[in-house]
Ligand binder design. Structure first.
Ligand code: BG6
Length: 504
């Protein structure tokens, strides 16, 4: 067997385990999961006692399956391709065909895992990754759960069994509750890892460091000083080949209820007591709980739906489709810190560029002193860039040399420029965290259900309304109506421009 030559030692070394990926023939495994595992191995974070089993419904030649994943490593891994290191991982990749709801297939998988466990010394530890269509969650969880119970009854020394669940965690609140109840029947919450890859992004994690490792923000991070917050996640890509999924999802379910709410709760939460998984998630949960659910009337006033021109013609899309590919929302967080501060969220596909940013805009300084220049003073603003050009920019005012004029200037921090190294991919961090049993960057059950509690009234009001989403041009910034929507309050959308600029 090929040696890795990267010793895995110390507290960050993942424990011995077997990773089983359900839905292993899908794109996620080849583009994200296996390349992330390779990067972890190269970084010295994986032990020798490790192997991956891909489980899928399709018949697959194991050697071809391996070769396809090896090519995926070459194409998508973050770290340079090293054939010996890739061979180390490929020696540990296996394929098992079976039906998701078929008890017999699951029993065969369990037997195979036991054999591999004996071969690799995986100490009975199992990590299951569910990268499958939502309708298959139930059948797979039911079978995994029953085997887990059986093994626990027969053997006192079974190691741990954890499950990573990919979104969507339900379609609405009732289906999310149903899924969570099923999971809870067999797995305790500390064994469940609801993955939200935004939480694995370094820049999202940096929101907490930025807020709580610096003393200067906290006193002005509230409704006394902040005028509004905007969160934009814009995508240049359209729905591509995913129309089948997207038709049943739409922008609100695909990005807002999960990724954007997670980012928002990090921006708005109170300082947690510690960085432990539950302390952090308790605080995030409080933010979600404080978001006021909208009445149908408020949904009309505070939301805008859009659909890009040409979406209905895409393969797999209903020609009468009302699925939104763009959404703009105004939310209120009803607590002492945020009461009265509008929170604007904007997300869409087929927009001008790919950019994810949080914009914090402070109130105007009193216009008492520097108010005789040609332009009014600009208010302070911070843009936290999640992607691309990870970092943040700050707008402050300064005196123009040899004049009394005041001009706004930018201070810029760029991750790459400062730290040099490319940050780890989200999936590297998240897979490793699941292996070491750290749930901080995963969505807890109550967070997920609270998020659906905010979104359900919006979905209901939309589905009961005769209105259709507003059309927008591909490559634009969304429908004009969204500009009018924010314009009503005298504000405007922040326009992401160059990495160092803060505009608006
Ligand atoms: C996924 C959504 O969760 O996130 C996709 O299902 C979206 O529709 C993707 O394109 C965006 O992720 P990122 O990391 O490219 O911003």
């Amino acid at each position: 067997m090929t040696a890795l030559n990267t010793p895995c030692t110390g507290s960050r070394c993942a424990p011995a385990c077997l990773l089983t990926i359900f839905g292993a023939t899908g794109d996620l495994t080849r583009r994200k999961l296996i390349p992330a595992i390779y990067d972890l191995a190269v970084e010295g974070l994986l032990p020798e006692n490790f192997a991956v089993v891909g489980f899928g419904r399709r018949e697959q030649d194991e050697a071809k399956f391996r070769e396809n994943l090896r090519a995926g490593i070459e194409e998508f891994a973050r770290l340079p391709y090293d054939s010996q290191k890739a061979a180390w991982l490929c020696d540990r990749i296996f394929y098992q065909m079976g039906g998701y709801g078929d008890a017999d297939s699951h029993q065969k998988l369990e037997t195979r895992l036991s054999e591999l466990d004996a071969k690799f010394g995986a100490a009975g530890n199992r990590l299951y990754y569910l990268s499958i269509p939502p309708e298959e969650f139930g059948p797979v969880l039911e079978n995994l759960g029953q085997i887990k119970q059986k093994v626990a009854q027969n053997d006192a020394q079974t190691g741990w069994r954890r499950v990573i669940v990919e979104k969507p965690f339900g379609q609405d609140l009732p289906s999310a509750v149903e899924l969570n109840q099923l999971i809870a029947r067999y797995f305790s919450e500390s064994e469940v890892f609801r993955i939200d890859h935004y939480l694995g992004k370094e820049t999202v994690q940096n929101i907490m460091a930025h807020r709580f490792a610096n003393i200067m923000w906290e006193p002005i991070w509230n409704n006394r000083y902040i005028d509004y917050i905007q969160l934009v996640v814009a995508e240049k890509v359209d729905v591509g080949t995913r129309a089948g999924y997207y038709e049943t999802s739409g922008a609100l379910r695909d990005m807002v209820v999960n990724h954007m709410f997670q980012v928002l709760s990090l921006v708005c939460m109170e300082p947690p007591t510690s960085l432990s998984a539950d302390d952090v998630r308790d605080e995030k949960l409080k933010v979600l709980r404080a978001i006021k659910p909208m009445s149908p009337e408020e949904v009309r006033e505070n939301t805008v739906r859009g659909q890009y021109r040409g979406y209905k013609q895409a393969q797999g899309v209903d020609p009468e489709s009302k699925t939104e590919t763009y959404v703009a929302l105004k939310l209120e967080i009803n607590n002492w810190r945020w009461s009265g501060v509008p929170i604007y969220l904007r997300h869409g596909k087929n927009l001008e560029k790919r950019v994810s940013e949080v914009v914090i805009r402070w109130k105007d300084a009193p216009s008492v002193l520097f108010n005789d220049g040609p332009d009014p003073l600009k208010s302070n603003m911070m843009v936290m860039r999640i992607q691309p050009h990870d970092g943040f920019a700050l707008r402050v005012n300064a005196k123009v040399p040899s004049s009394n004029e005041i001009k706004d200037v930018r201070m810029n921090f760029d991750y790459h420029e400062t730290f040099g190294a490319e940050p780890p991919e989200a999936y590297e961090r998240l897979l490793h965290d699941a292996m070491i049993g750290d749930g901080t960057l995963f969505t807890r059950r109550d967070e997920s259900e609270s998020a659906w509690g905010i979104v359900d009234p919006i979905l209901n009001a939309w589905s009961q309304s005769e209105d259709k989403p507003f059309e927008y041009e591909p490559g634009s910034w969304g429908p004009e109506e969204a500009v009018e929507f924010i314009g009503k309050t005298g504000r405007k959308w922040h326009t992401p421009r160059l990495m160092e600029t803060v505009t608006g």
